[in-house]
Design a protein around this ligand. Structure first.
Ligand code: ADP
Ligand code: MG
Length: 261
């Protein structure tokens, strides 16, 4: 079943068109990665999907869910990293996604936040200030927050850009398990083409327009892919690189995905 259908979506800022005539759909259980150069419209596209930026043209349709039920992890900013609230408070704000204003959180919302903090292994920091946490811990807290908003669709904008390789590996492990074991559909913007290819099953290549949308193995035969990995990089090297980038770290024990989810 299609969870999300994007039809001829165009997004313009005052002075330029950032996303032009983009159409694709996501099926329930998909794990899709959006790749492309800096400034190719990736963040604009996902911000429009979650409703932060209005579409100039075209439509975004959702089936069996509403826009409010998307769990969204924005591209990190310094401001966000400095947020002066406790971990529990940050996670709880994810529950506000239902749009109903209440002066306090309900018991059900508090339970949900607790469950998601446990799932992401951040319960030990529950009372700590968010800004005192490491980058990897903060990303896990923000993922717990996003999960309070959704049981269906997670949209993540460069979730690993602030993380070191070991924590990146851990985060990707968590995402894979959320996708496989909880059936959560994932749409992830990634600046790292090799990780995107290794994690996702579907690739969307943005260059203002959508240049490619399809399976990973088909993407690897495209000129878009060759440009992303560098034209002069020998095939062998690219392949080697691909396999070592995300999962091959000797420093990461084989069972390191085990704890958090
Ligand atoms: P990406 O995430 O792929 O790096 P963005 O979606 O952030 O790309 O940006 C796409 C284009 O839109 C860029 O040229 C960028 O400068 C421009 N842009 C992004 N955000 C804004 C904004 N708030 N106002 C005007 N232009 C913007
Ligand atoms: Mg971006």
């Amino acid at each position: 079943m299609n969870l999300l259908e994007v039809k001829n979506l165009t997004v313009r800022y005052e002075r330029q068109c950032a996303v032009e005539n983009v159409s694709f759909s996501l099926r329930e259980g998909d794990y899709a990665a959006i790749v492309g150069e800096n400034g190719s419209g990736k963040s604009t596209l996902v911000k429009t999907l979650v409703g932060l930026i209005p579409a100039s043209d075209g439509e975004v349709e959702m089936h069996g869910m509403t826009r409010r039920e998307i769990g969204y992890l924005p591209q990190s900013t310094i401001v966000q990293k400095d947020f002066p609230a406790s971990v529990t408070e940050v996670v709880l704000t994810g529950c506000l996604a239902d749009g109903k204003f209440r002066p306090f959180y309900t018991k059900a919302q508090k339970e949900l936040a607790k469950e998601m903090m446990a799932l992401l292994g951040v319960t030990p920091f529950a009372k700590k200030s968010f800004r005192e946490l490491s980058g990897g811990q903060q990303q896990r807290v923000l993922l717990a927050r996003a999960l309070c908003a959704t049981k269906k669709l997670l949209i993540l904008d460069e979730p690993a850009s602030v993380l070191d390789p070991v924590v990146t590996h851990e985060l990707y492990g968590i995402l894979r398990r959320l996708n496989r074991e909880r059936g959560i559909t994932i749409l992830m913007v990634s600046h790292d083409i090799h990780c995107a290819l290794e994690q996702a099953t579907t690739i969307l290549h943005m260059d203002r327009t959508l240049r490619f949308c399809g399976a990973v193995h088909d993407y690897m035969h495209t000129s878009e892919y060759r440009r992303m990995v560098g034209d002069c990089e020998p095939e062998l090297h690219a392949h080697h690189h691909h396999h070592n980038h995300c999962t091959g770290y000797a420093a990461v024990p084989a069972n390191s995905e085990g704890g958090a989810v």
